[in-house]
Design a protein around this ligand. Structure first.
Ligand code: AQP
Length: 346
């Protein structure tokens, strides 16, 4: 059976990159798959507390991401929405995987290098171990498909390496337990659409990011129509009109980014957008982009605001989702323990 898992960190400033790179695909996949969408609070705390903001911020941001999932169109009755810390099996499987993953594998992870920066000695062990916890998030549900942005590709490869090493190391025991020839599936990344890597509106070579100090670098999902319009109008561009073919975007990262955003919001390929706007000046294209972005994003912002304030409802979604997630995760852990020889109550 096919199962989808993905997560978003409750670290504030949820932006258009998170939406187009990930959440839009979460919404699509619920039509065809059983989906589990997680607010990964255990991941959020891997950066310094001054960065994730402390208890009040974590609560606020957890409810905001939950609200964003629902506002974007994920149905919490048909699928599972929950926060990671309510299902202890994520952390439990992460310990097992810490003993499967190799130091050399983690040393290659580029996100750790970027996030730790120059002061690596001062990074938390959790930040280093982030990809192992992510592998556990996915594999504790034995998920087969993982919708993510382009930046998570390397972590997905590590997840597959961990699954494969576990399956190989314990192949005999897996067979002896009657569990077939492998226990964990090889999860496939789902990286699709014209905006798998949305770039900063101020610099077409930098990823749009929650932590960019300039609010003009990103469109937040909570931005109102005026803010969206201002940010798009101020977005960096070059002086040339838009090209009519994708080839013409190759050396123009800012133009490429805006065309990708338009295409993703409109739900069409970039070639269609260029066929329509090729030869147009940016001023004209940006006006159309403002209209489209406001049309698509404003209802989500409104619904997010309404839902995030309704703690009773949001917390009940997370509680019910956690209860349903825990059943699946607990079953996986029973298998892991039997496979590895950990004696348990029967
Ligand atoms: N710019 C992006 N374009 C496309 N997809 C993106 N994602 C993040 N940024 C972009 C995808 O969003 C999902 C959730 O991401 P996350 O919660 O792990 O946040 P993040 O990747 O840490 O977000 P930022 O903005 O990149 O945070 P900072 O500022 O801390 O570096 C993932 O599927 C991710 O791929």
């Amino acid at each position: 059976t096919q199962r989808v898992f993905s997560g978003v960190q409750p670290t504030g400033n949820l932006h258009l990159g998170n939406y187009l790179g990930a959440i839009v695909n979460f919404v699509k996949l619920q039509e065809t798959h059983n989906c589990i969408y997680c607010v990964v609070d255990l991941h959020a705390i891997t950066v310094p507390v001054t960065v994730w903001g402390g208890p009040d911020e974590l609560r606020r941001n957890t409810r905001e991401v939950t609200a964003a999932f629902i506002a974007a169109g994920i149905d919490p009755n048909k699928h599972i929405i929950f926060n990671q810390s309510q299902v202890a099996e994520h952390a439990e499987l992460a310990w097992v995987f810490n003993c499967v993953a190799r130091l050399g594998w983690l040393n290659r992870m580029t996100q750790f290098k970027e996030k730790a920066g120059k002061d690596r000695e001062n990074a938390s062990i959790g930040l280093y171990d982030y990809p192992v916890l992510m592998a556990s998030d996915i594999l504790v549900y034995r998920a087969t498909h993982v919708p993510v942005g382009e930046d998570q590709k390397q972590h997905l490869e590590l997840t597959r390496d961990i699954a494969q090493k576990f399956n190989n190391d314990f192949a005999e025991s897996i067979a002896a337990q009657g569990l077939g020839d492998s226990y964990f599936p090889m999860p496939e990344p789902v990286i699709t659409g014209p905006a798998t890597r949305v770039m900063s509106l101020r610099d077409g070579t930098k990823k749009m990011s929650k932590s960019d100090p300039s609010d003009y670098s990103r469109i937040n999902l909570t931005d109102d129509a005026d803010a969206i319009a201002q940010k798009i109008r101020k977005a960096k561009t070059d002086p040339e009109p838009l090209p009519s073919e994708e080839k013409g975007l190759e050396t123009r990262p800012e133009a490429d980014n805006l065309v990708g955003i338009y295409a993703a919001l409109a739900g069409k390929p970039k070639t269609d957008v260029l066929a329509e706007f090729g030869g147009a000046q940016f001023s004209a294209f940006k006006s159309s982009l403002v209209d489209l972005a406001v049309e698509k994003l404003s209802p989500i912002a409104g619904e997010m605001k309404r839902l995030s304030a309704d703690h009773g409802y949001v917390d009940s979604v997370l509680a019910s989702g956690s209860d349903r997630a825990r059943v699946i995760a607990a079953e996986t852990m029973v298998g892991v323990k039997d496979i590895m020889g950990m004696v348990r109550k029967r």
